[in-house]
Ligand binder design. Structure first.
Ligand code: ZN
Length: 152
């Protein structure tokens, strides 16, 4: 298990240092802003959705390693997904981090692919909002919510 933890740690560090799909997106058709006041994480998420499929995802902002890595991993996971699949992924990811029943949470992990590297965050309740900020912002973007998302 400790080897797996080390591997997870490496993926998180890699994505926080070299976030994928980072930067503005000209021609996006959805966007939203998210803020996690507890930690100071801020991000703007851009989506290009065509016929209900998320074709492109990019984000900008500044935050802690967990929030940046989570947004980066999310941006990779969402490409090619339908809006409904994206919301479902959010629900499963949220359960992975917050489901009180460890077994139920572990059941989510397999279906989450690379996103499961953030599973360890469940042991640090204060950081859960860092890990879910990008996803709450995604939800807002898909619903064209104009007001910035706050995790508080
Ligand atoms: Zn944070």
């Amino acid at each position: 298990m400790s080897d797996l933890r080390d591997l997870y740690q490496e993926v998180i560090i890699d994505h926080s240092r070299r976030p994928r799909n980072f930067g503005p997106m000209p021609g996006h058709n959805h966007h939203a802003e998210g803020f996690n006041p507890l930690c100071g994480d801020k991000l703007t998420l851009y989506l290009k959705v065509v016929d209900g499929i998320i074709e492109e995802v990019r984000f900008e902002g500044a935050g802690c390693a967990i929030s940046t890595a989570s947004a980066s991993l999310m941006s990779e996971a969402l490409k090619g997904k339908s809006e409904a699949q994206a919301e479902e992924l959010f629900a499963r990811f949220h359960a992975l981090l917050t489901e009180a029943d460890e077994k139920q949470a572990a059941n989510q992990a397999e279906s989450l692919g690379k996103l499961q590297v953030l599973a360890g965050v469940r042991d640090f309740p204060a950081r859960i909002k860092c890990a879910t900020l990008a996803w709450h912002t995604l939800h807002a973007a898909l619903h064209d919510q104009a007001a910035p998302v706050s995790t508080e």
